[in-house]
Write a new protein. Structure first.
Length: 397
């Protein structure tokens, strides 16, 4: 067995209704004023109000900032960082999905590290290093998907260059994560499905990664089993099925720990690039691309793909190893069909907010070129070059 390092991330508190205690908990940790970083959708859904009541119950002063957007840009991050700086808050409370949490990581980093977030993004000219611990960050995820509450990365969009890149450092790992299925209950079926398959992508990519280790494997496999068992319930008639919601919420968090340690791969690489080109929501891109990328990767680790097939409910007894491994691909295709998520790039519809503009084959070469800069591409269990990327895109089109 090769050597490895395993990072234990944020402290986690799970339970139905635990956000009601957040004010008292933050005060007990010595904080005096909270900055709620969220978006207008979370406010409109009444979720921010639940958090506010929890803060008031603990007599914790706060400022509400609801200008977060999907796929946060450099400009939005820098602007929000300045608002946070002027607020006088000594703790930031990120409430939302991956975008608000990623934005919050970046703005907390900029409180203690000078400059623009542009200076810290992977590949930046004269790249700066995150030298100082960030302003304390507490996360309350409102979707069971991104796992960002557990990780050290913040993904930011550069609109000028049409790229999505990250600032990554252990200092960006949140201090605390409140996993409360109450704030995820009622999440619409489409968002539940695509964010849930995002979590499945984290679990699968970390499990088959060239950098996986026995601990990340255990966590990735547990997340795969939980998602396979509960995602259909949570998405179907289970908007308020608290058993399904609870298990999906925990599975997404476990998958976040798994991929922070085990790595990701080609699915995330292409999804991130497509997101920069045509603004496909991250969960939509991952859920669509996952089975096609798995199909390309199976031969790199057929034993592990066989285990994924079993975890997702496939009976592989008596099958040859290759057939059993490809059964994992079948299981994910079947899941996508059951959940009614887009299964072809050509089907993505701007009118349904799947993307900002239709996906066309004309961008495939540019996507493949950009993918070669993805820093986690080598985690994929097979070698992925430009042609392999184009093959995946053509298959998914």
């Amino acid at each position: 067995m090769r050597g490895f390092e395993f990072k234990m991330p944020a402290k986690v508190k799970f339970g139905e209704g635990i956000v009601n205690e957040i004010g008292a908990i933050l005060k007990g940790m010595g904080y005096t004023k909270a900055f709620i970083a969220t978006d207008k959708g979370i406010v409109a859904a009444g979720i921010a109000g639940i958090i506010e009541e929890g803060l008031k119950a603990g007599d914790m002063p706060y400022v509400l900032y609801d200008e977060m957007i999907p796929d946060p840009t450099i400009e939005i991050v820098d602007e929000a960082a300045e608002v946070l700086r002027k607020s006088g808050a000594d703790v930031c409370l990120a409430v939302g999905g991956g975008s608000p949490i990623d934005t919050a990581k970046a703005i907390c980093m900029l409180q203690t590290n000078e400059g623009s977030v542009r200076d810290y993004l992977f590949g930046a000219k004269n790249l700066k290093t995150v030298n100082n611990p960030i302003l304390p960050l507490v996360c309350i995820p409102t979707t069971a998907g991104t796992g960002s509450e557990m990780t050290a990365a913040s993904v930011i969009t550069n609109n000028q260059e049409k790229t999505k890149v990250s600032v990554t450092h252990e200092y960006l790992i949140p201090k605390y994560a409140f996993i409360d299925p109450i704030v995820q209950a009622g999440c619409p079926p489409f968002i539940t499905a695509t964010t849930g398959m995002d979590a499945l992508t984290h679990a699968i990519e970390s499990y088959i990664s060239n950098r996986s280790n026995p601990i990340s494997d255990a966590m990735g496999m547990q997340a795969i089993k939980m998602i396979g068992k509960y995602i259909r319930r949570a998405t179907g008639a289970g908007a308020f099925d608290m058993e399904a919601r609870s298990n999906m919420a925990v599975a997404a968090t476990i998958a976040g720990v798994a991929f922070m340690n085990g790595g990701l791969g080609v699915v995330h690489g292409i999804a991130q690039t497509l997101g920069a080109f045509v603004h496909i929501p991250h969960g939509v891109a991952n859920s669509l691309l996952l089975p096609y990328c798995m199909e390309k990767s199976v031969v790199g680790n057929m034993e592990k793909f066989k285990e994924i097939a079993i975890a997702l409910g496939k009976n592989v007894e008596g099958m040859e190893l290759r057939d059993a491994a490809f059964a994992a691909v079948d299981a994910v295709f079947e899941m996508a069909e059951d959940l009614n998520v887009p299964m072809r790039l050509s089907e993505l519809d701007p009118a349904k907010r799947h993307c900002s503009e239709p996906v066309t084959e004309e961008i495939f070469q540019a996507v493949a070129d950009d993918l070669m800069n993805y820093r986690l591409l080598a985690d994929t269990p097979v070698k992925i070059g430009k042609q392999e990327c184009i093959d995946i895109l053509n298959a998914a089109f």
